[in-house]
Design a binder for this molecule. Structure first.
Ligand SMILES: [Zn+2]
Length: 584
């Protein structure tokens, strides 16, 4: 689509959300009571092979209390973006499943495969015979209930949310006025924690996660934000103060250095909690929370790229990302932006425009060609059937892309079934977290504040306060149709030289007045409803060369070709299914 000689932006968040709904509805298995799939490897036949052995509670037991809880959040978000008002049976089924984990004590209980690791340690094997309460799953359920109250105004959801909040509060330990969970995300049962020593390598990721940060501040802040329970805000402060003052024991190198933001190991277990502290900074206006979150955020950026690729581990044996981290980093960037640092909206745009857009899974001609090639020895009907099944996963996200490549795990057995063996890792935690990144961007485009209507991002959206039309990144142009009278604040990219920014009001050149947080906005006063505002800026085309961090001992340079916030190409180029094809 074009307007004059300038083309509209071909990125549509609405289209991405509609595609995401296809995945959210295609992943759960109705015949297994809407159990969700974690272990997805789309180049394999079949694409779904459980990483851990099935047990009495689940066929792919890692999904329980993790993948399903994450997906439960995103159905309503993606429907809101796509303009669908009514939940379908799959959404209702997943909601019922997650609700069924809740016991009378308010907490969610399940077989803790998601926290158990690879099941080798005797203590883990014994523990997995029981159901355990999960603060991780319960915190996610607290947000689900809270947002359901926010959407419907039905007080029963607020009351149920308070019960979960009180149950979570009982799990906390205290150090003076600071609160903490002693073993991070470790499950709890009858006063015991299923924690594993990291030195016991056979305990896998469970050993590490039970000494990492919990996921607790964001649920408390979000619950307070929607339900107004001041006890939750006080508790969020107490927990965040514990993080800032390092009261959780036995964290060792997993601890975030309060001075530098540096930490080691699994990144998502850190960024998921940093997000909550950043959010707490926004709602309280307290700089120390923003500063702590900002330092850790910048450390993660320093270990990744500027276009939204962040490492799964620091350090790690090869360059692998995790879309869960991209979702978290997008949420943290949005919080920092809302908290008075609007330049971070540019990073929100870069994450969505580059990584999330190009890792959203679909049966592209290149994927189908590769699929047929590696399965050329199989009967054609079997290959066609497998491709038809894969349609259900379209709209999910490739979980571990390399810098410019869907195939993060190439090898001689590419196409063999298995989460890693097939070549494209698509673990179920990641697709809904990628969707959270889309949701953050969608909510950030137009922001209504007491000073007026803010347009923060160059993405198209029809909003009650403004119709925003984005143009292709090369155009350096954003059109805003005001839908009410008052002041409008339009943000050009941070890198745009202020003297070169232009404003037209109803096609007439207008004087530029800067204002808003950090003086980052072009202010339009006394705007009429229906008035057309047009913001313009010159767009730089440049090349960035750097040595990616996160893999010790490797020093190969990465070259990124940029057009404003858009990546045109990356070198070395992906070998099998490159992500950036727009030319160099
Ligand atoms: Zn993930």
């Amino acid at each position: 689509m074009t307007r004059g000689s300038v083309r509209y932006d071909d990125l549509s968040l609405v289209t991405m959300a509609k595609s995401a709904l296809n995945y959210l509805r295609g992943n759960p298995e109705p015949a297994r009571n809407y159990e969700c799939k974690f272990s997805l490897g789309p180049l394999g036949i079949p694409a779904h092979v459980p990483l851990l052995p099935p047990n009495t509670d689940g066929f792919d037991p890692i999904a329980l209390g993790d993948t399903d809880c994450r997906m439960d959040w995103q159905y309503p978000h993606m429907r809101a973006m796509a303009g669908e008002r009514v939940p379908d049976n799959v959404e209702l089924g997943v909601r019922r499943r997650v609700h069924s984990y809740q016991h009378a004590d308010g907490l969610l209980w399940m077989t803790p495969a998601a926290w158990g690791g690879t099941l080798q340690a005797p203590s883990v094997l014994e523990g997995l015979k029981h159901k355990w309460a999960s603060s991780w799953a319960s915190g996610k359920w607290l947000i689900s209930l809270t947002e359901e109250y926010d959407r419907t105004g039905d007080k029963r959801f607020a009351e149920e949310a308070r019960a979960v909040f009180l149950a979570l509060a009982k799990l906390l330990y205290w150090d003076g006025k600071r609160a903490y969970l002693p073993y991070g995300t470790a499950p709890w049962r009858n006063g015991e924690w299923l924690h594993m020593r990291d030195s016991d390598k056979s305990s896998g990721w469970g050993g590490e996660h039970s000494h990492n940060y919990p996921f607790i501040v964001e649920p408390m802040v979000r619950y307070w934000e929607c339900c107004g329970d001041d006890e939750a805000l006080q508790l969020a402060r107490a927990i965040a103060d514990g993080h800032l003052d390092c009261v959780q024991p036995e964290m060792d190198e997993l601890r975030i250095d309060p001075q530098t933001g540096r930490f080691a190991r699994h990144v998502h277990l850190h960024t998921h909690e940093i997000w909550g502290v950043a959010h707490l900074g926004v709602v309280t206006g307290e700089a120390r929370y923003m500063d702590w979150a900002g330092r850790a955020y910048r450390f993660v950026v320093s270990q990744g790229t500027d276009y939204g690729w962040y490492p799964e581990y620091i350090p790690q044996p090869e360059y692998r990302s995790e879309i869960c981290v991209v979702g978290d980093m997008t949420s943290i960037a949005a919080c920092l932006a809302r908290g008075g640092q609007p330049e971070h909206w540019d990073q929100v745009e870069r994450n969505v425009r580059n990584i999330l857009r190009h890792s959203q899974f679909s049966l592209t001609p290149a994927f189908v060609a590769l699929f047929r090639k590696i399965h050329h020895g199989r009967p054609q009907a079997e290959v066609e059937q497998a491709l038809a099944e894969l349609r259900k996963l379209e709209g999910g996200f490739v979980a571990q892309p390399a810098f410019d490549e869907w195939v993060g795990f190439p090898g001689p057995n590419m196409g063999a079934p298995g989460l890693y063996a097939n070549g494209i890792q698509m673990m179920g935690c990641c697709p809904p977290e990628g969707m959270r990144g889309l949701w953050e961007a969608w909510q950030g485009i137009v922001q209504e504040r007491t000073e007026g209507v803010f347009v923060n991002l160059a993405f198209s959206r029809e909003h009650a306060a403004a119709n925003v039309t984005a143009y292709e990144p090369a155009a350096g142009r954003l059109d805003v149709q005001a839908r009410r009278a008052g002041s409008y604040f339009l943000r050009p990219p941070t890198w745009a030289e202020p003297a070169t920014v232009t404003l037209c009001r109803d096609d007439a050149d207008s004087r530029i007045e800067w204002g808003g947080p950090a003086n980052a906005y072009v202010v339009c006063r006394a705007v009429r409803s229906g008035e057309q505002l047009r913001l313009g800026w010159p767009v730089p085309r440049f090349t960035q060369v750097f040595v990616p961090q996160s893999v010790p001992g490797r020093s190969e340079k990465l070259t990124v070709h940029w057009l404003g916030n858009k990546v045109l190409g990356v070198e070395p180029r992906g070998q099998y299914l490159p992500m950036f094809e727009d030319g160099r």
